[in-house]
Design a protein around this ligand. Structure first.
Ligand code: NAD
Ligand code: UDP
Length: 313
């Protein structure tokens, strides 16, 4: 049994991680400022004596006795991380500094949730970990992309300078239950619009691609990475097999049986045109690859939003 801190533990991915690590018999401290996290994501865990919840912002230091730290705190949707871009930079940079300081002080292992966004609008396809990226440092996505790049830098420097035990994962687009209905990310936007018989809004012509990984598969990869030996990463975690945004829209319409129309809006600035992970390294080092077909995962996510929308009526 380990004492494990999960920052951003009340968020979409973090809440599944809390569940998983509790089920394995660990003590879990969920730390969150509830910017995009919700108590409803973790309420079912609060009776467990091995679960603790702390309302705290990672831009401020904190001292806790823990063995492992999963640093997941940061809004992931462009709508949310662009709402207060200066705060997004602080969360990524100060958050990583504070958690690394804690890891150094108490001798904990720390895993940083980085992102495929460190590759920017990639000129290498699919993306391998060796690709150093093509990020605009001054655009509306920079607060997130560059924030995560600095977080990776800090991780590597604390490792080299202070011997901190680190792990870096680069998460590609992940979806599933507990995404927010007003999250702004493409999967939740399309499903919610389809269920309400409202138009699905595709930015640009919808030929841009993403590869979508179901959250259960991702969590398995994250936990394997944390518990791996002699491997610090960075490692890509995602589901290979890009699809266009238009294809996703059509799939959602088919699986919901919705009559919604597809409408188009102008392209978002700096929107990456192609994204698809090369996960050879994760397969080799972690023996990990996703197993959930996209149609199955989207089906389960539709069921979640159907229930959510029917309860809010
Ligand atoms: P999310 O927005 O659902 O969760 C983020 C959580 O962090 C929320 O609970 C939020 O309240 C909390 N948080 C934000 N700022 C904080 C702060 N300053 N202090 C404390 N808590 C704070 O997003 P998610 O999809 O669960 O993403 C989790 C992590 O994974 C993020 O670091 C994100 O960058 C990374 N990631 C996610 C994806 C994806 O597709 N979901 C892709 C790449 C990377
Ligand atoms: N997108 C879209 N309609 C939406 C939301 C997103 O066409 O309602 C597109 C967006 O322009 C991008 C892709 O879907 O090309 C994925 O967007 P998301 O915000 O989910 O993630 P990210 O851009 O960070 O990969």
């Amino acid at each position: 049994m380990k004492k494990i801190l999960i920052t951003g533990g009340a968020g979409f991915i973090g809440s599944f991680l809390c569940e998983r690590l509790l089920a394995e018999g660990n003590e879990v401290i969920c730390l969150d400022n509830f910017f995009t996290g919700r108590k409803t994501n973790i309420n079912h865990l609060r009776d467990n004596p091995r679960f603790d919840l702390i309302r705290h912002d990672v831009v401020e230091p904190i001292l806790l006795e823990v063995d492992q730290i999963y640093n997941m705190a940061c809004p992931a949707s462009p709508v949310h991380y662009q709402h207060n871009p200066v705060k997004t930079v602080k969360t990524n940079v100060m958050g990583a500094l504070n958690m690394l300081g804690l890891a150094k002080r108490v001798g904990a292992r720390i895993l940083q949730a980085s992102t495929s966004e460190v590759y920017g609008d990639p000129q290498v396809h699919p993306q391998t970990e060796g690709y150093v990226g093509h990020v605009n440092p001054i655009g509306p996505r920079s607060c997130y992309d560059e924030g995560k790049r600095v977080a990776e830098t800090l991780m590597m420097d604390y490792h080299r300078q202070n011997g901190v035990d680190i792990k870096i994962i680069r998460i590609f687009n992940t979806y599933g239950p507990r995404m927010l209905a007003d999250d702004g990310r493409v999967v939740s936007n399309f499903i919610v619009a389809a269920l309400k018989n409202e138009p699905l809004t595709v930015y640009s012509d919808g030929s841009q691609t993403r590869a979508f990984c179901y959250v259960d598969d991702l969590v398995e990869g994250i936990v394997r990475m944390m518990n791996s030996e002699n491997f610090i990463g960075p490692v890509n975690l995602g589901r290979p097999g890009e699809m266009t945004v238009m294809d996703l829209a059509r799939m959602v319409l088919e699986l919901t049986g919705s009559k919604s129309k597809i409408t188009h809006l102008p392209a978002r600035q700096d929107d990456p045109l192609q994204r698809d992970p090369d996960i050879s390294l994760a397969k080799e080092k972690l023996g990990w690859q996703p197993t959930t077909p996209v149609r199955d995962g989207i089906g389960r996510t539709i069921a979640f939003f159907e229930k959510l929308l029917s309860e809010s009526r």
